[in-house]
Design a protein around this ligand. Structure first.
Ligand code: MN
Length: 231
């Protein structure tokens, strides 16, 4: 069949092995560190994880300059561990979850905080605050062996060299294995899915010219610059 126009290019994330990781869907977990839930004025609920999604096309790679998005005056960083799913499955038990993980990377869940807060207050979906162009920076994906089940390890974010977020994967309220069990109880997870696992305390705003660096023990750091307003 002739195509009416060129389809969008597939989204491919680089990995430490040199092979590309074709990205399928992006799931983002909310309020997964207690101190961050508190700074948002909310209570974390260990019994009830929740998530939102972003388009795969919001992904950008290490070293990118992202445009400051339109429609916000409060553009926030959220440093996160990202899980890359390599094998699909439905109703995956936590005890088997690691068999489905291809690897891990440093990530940023960039957020139009003013729009998210407004949506939250009105009981509306978070898409305008979260599913934003270039809002899902992702570092090099390392094979699962590097972090194992990712139950410990420092995670930090600096802006222009100053530490703004500092946490430990040990403080994830719902750890990686249970996140996979949870999401796969609602969808068949597929190879290529990414799970942004939530951010520690210390979120804040950036402005054009700021340079953010996310570091997680054992993984390649992720460096992203904020550019001028999107055209
Ligand atoms: Mn987040």
């Amino acid at each position: 069949m002739n195509l009416l126009f060129e389809p969008a290019a597939p989204v491919i994330a680089p990995t430490a092995t040199g092979a590309g990781f074709p990205v399928r869907r992006i799931f983002c977990i909310g309020r997964n560190y207690e101190e961050h839930a508190k700074e948002m004025g909310m209570q974390a609920d260990p019994e009830a994880p929740f998530f939102f999604t972003k388009w795969a096309e919001t992904l950008v790679g290490d070293g990118a300059t992202i445009a400051y998005p339109q429609g916000t005056e409060n553009f926030h960083y959220e440093a996160e561990l990202v899980v890359a799913i390599g094998r699909g499955g439905r109703n995956i038990p936590a005890s088997e979850a690691m068999d489905h993980v291809w690897g891990y990377a440093c990530g940023l869940d960039m957020t139009r905080r003013d729009l998210q807060a407004e949506a939250r207050a009105k009981g509306r979906p978070w898409d305008s605050g979260k599913n934003v162009e270039q809002s899902s920076p992702l570092g090099l994906i390392h094979p699962v062996e590097v972090l194992g089940d990712a139950t410990r390890g420092a995670i930090t974010l600096t802006v222009n060299g100053a530490v703004r977020q500092q946490g430990d994967l040990a403080d994830l309220i719902t750890p990686v294995d249970r996140l996979i069990a949870y999401l796969s109880s609602l969808y068949r997870l597929e190879a290529g899915d990414l799970i942004y696992t939530g951010t520690p305390a210390g979120v804040g705003a950036v402005v054009p010219g700021d340079v953010m660096v996310v570091a997680i023990d054992g993984l390649s750091p992720l460096t992203i610059t904020v550019g001028p307003l999107a055209e």
